[in-house]
Design a protein. Sequence first.
Length: 339
Amino acid sequence: MEPLALNDARRIALLWIGRLGDFLVATPFLRALRRRFPGAEVTVIVGERGREAAALCPEVDEIRVLGKLHAPLANLHLAATLAAGCYDLLVDLNTAFSRSSAAVAWLTQARVKLGFRKAAGNRLFTHLVQAPETAEHMLDRYGRLAAAIDAPYEPLMSVRVPEPEGARGRAAVREALARAAPGARPVLIHPGNFQKFENRWPEDRFAALTDRLLDDPAAAPVYLCGPGEEAQARAIVARLKRPVPMLAPMSLAALAGALTEAELLIVNATGTAHLAAALGVPTLTFLGGYTKAVWMPRAGPHYSVVSASWESCRDISVDAAWEALGSALKELRAAKSAR
């Protein structure tokens, strides 16, 4: 489609009802939007899971939260605000149809409404870009959306680390290293995404990989866990041949600070992986074919072990993971020595 004529856009609303990683991978579009409309007021409408992620983005001026069904009064207030908003542009960043995002798009008063063509709800928009292909990378999807508004697009995720929360996260990692060998660098490990079985490398293999890493005197493993993941992460740590520190769940801003301390993050395909990528922190991820094609960060250094399965990473062996981990650490340490 031809780029939209929107040089006079002053009030812009972005809609993203998704999880942490979903929002973070859209940050290149937010940056492109800000470059295209430097003086515009940008409001982001997110679900409850997206609030903290939106707060990490300097391109956002205002955050509006779509609450769950148990918060009807808050949602009524949001609906009234959107209906009276008189935006110049609404962009739906959701790449697939959802009733929640469709309802918000219907409520929001905007001169131009832009989104991806989806299985339903297309009549809510004034302009549509082609529906994503199954294996199209998320960054390429948002590149096409940016082209529709003639915005200069660079496919690199980025966030800021708010203080003093970032400092709290960094301090937590340093405290966890109090008993580590002198000079050992933190290798953070997040075995999360426990709600998505096929995207989760088995817990016993995380334990086996960590036991091998414990024999590397230059590495200091530290486990991470998100809210509600404490029991699962603690069970993995309990299997290890030597004690390893585990950080308690923390705010997203504090987690961002903690990640910046890491030599490497070992992680499933989850929001933490995207947060690390947006911060420029190296990652080692366990991926199925689909997550490799659509979600893996492009700007490195990022490493992965990829299953032959399109849908799952669970068959990846500990030996394959250990080989990839050794190669990653060797490369990262060589690069550090060369600086």
